[in-house]
Design a protein around this ligand. Sequence first.
Ligand SMILES: CC(=O)CC(=O)SCCNC(=O)CCNC(=O)[C@H](O)C(C)(C)COP(=O)(O)OP(=O)(O)OC[C@H]1O[C@@H](n2cnc3c(N)ncnc32)[C@H](O)[C@@H]1OP(=O)(O)O
Ligand SMILES: NC(=O)C1=CN([C@@H]2O[C@H](COP(=O)(O)OP(=O)(O)OC[C@H]3O[C@@H](n4cnc5c(N)ncnc54)[C@H](OP(=O)(O)O)[C@@H]3O)[C@@H](O)[C@H]2O)C=CC1
Length: 291
Amino acid sequence: MEIQKVGVIGAGQMGNGIAHVMALAGYDVVLNDVSQQALDSALSLIHKNMERQAGKGKIAEADMKAALARIQPSLKLADVGATDLVIEAATERETVKQAIFEDLQPHLKPHTILTSNTSSISITRLASRTDRPERFMGFHFMNPVPVMQLVELIRGIATDEPTFSACQEVVARLGKTSASAEDFPAFIVNRILMPMINEAVYTLYEGVGSVKSIDESMKLGANHPMGPLELADFIGLDTCLAIMNVLHDGLADTKYRPCPLLTKYVEAGWLGRKTQRGFYDYRGETPVPTR
Ligand SMILES: CC(=O)CC(=O)SCCNC(=O)CCNC(=O)[C@H](O)C(C)(C)COP(=O)(O)OP(=O)(O)OC[C@H]1O[C@@H](n2cnc3c(N)ncnc32)[C@H](O)[C@@H]1OP(=O)(O)O
Ligand SMILES: NC(=O)C1=CN([C@@H]2O[C@H](COP(=O)(O)OP(=O)(O)OC[C@H]3O[C@@H](n4cnc5c(N)ncnc54)[C@H](OP(=O)(O)O)[C@@H]3O)[C@@H](O)[C@H]2O)C=CC1
């Protein structure tokens, strides 16, 4: 079965990036969100990011226009049902994702493949609540989607081979590289990355270093492109905390205990770049550390 039309649910930072790369690769895209404002911002961001790529000669102006025309924004989940592949990229909360798949079910075509861009949640458990666990898997992009090369592909216990191969082919058509990960909490990238970010927050919490010294140390001392706290702000502190909670609950090991300071930032609504404040304050011209 050839995948031609892709549904993306959630038009946040990941959803807009996924719609961007899918449309440029020639797929028709239905981009869904519960908020019109999120859809409007996503479309304008996709436009801006594609214009930057066109300005640098990475894509042709005509390809950009064709790709933008392929993206259909929609507030109706039913529109997503009429696609061949669904990529759910809504908030990292299991109840939100389960409700989406339940609501989507009556609108689906029989052959539609369901996937989740979840950073950490059990694919097997999400799949078990649908009518098609064999055609369900994890399709995990990295942020920023247009730039990052990797997509983790995660089989649930029931995922069949044609589904896995179809998703592998989509990743290849995007010009990206897939890595297969088993369905355990947070898979590969976040199993390794998120405890490091959490440890950076403990390093701050215990006063070992300031925001600035922690980030500079890891950039200049370990050659990371972003410091861990800058990266946490970039990912979203709510998402980081949600991933740590999945690791902590799922692996029942205290080494995954989320740092109380991370919890406090999330409680304050300081979620990082997306709310203009996290470990840095982004409201001025240059980011200012908040500790
Ligand atoms: C949480 C999860 O579930 C999984 C995850 O995603 S974990 C997070 C994984 N991501 C990372 O670790 C990112 C780490 N950071 C980086 O790699 C780099 O800092 C970065 C690529 C984001 C920016 O790179 P940089 O060299 O500092 O900045 P900059 O020169 O502005 O950008 C490099 C390129 O990326 C593009 N870019 C940067 N941010 C972008 C965005 N949000 N969207 C689209 N393109 C973007 C720039 O336009 C630029 O393109 P060209 O190469 O064509 O010029
Ligand atoms: N941030 C990252 O670096 C990465 C995140 N991911 C994963 O991608 C997913 C999305 O994350 P991210 O884009 O960062 O999150 P964002 O908070 O940026 O975006 C989530 C979007 O989903 C919307 N949403 C919430 N509920 C629904 C619903 N029922 N139907 C449709 N849309 C809904 C939100 O709307 P509203 O704001 O109105 O609630 C928001 O627009 C998560 O599972 C996350 O773990 C994966 C890789 C990297």
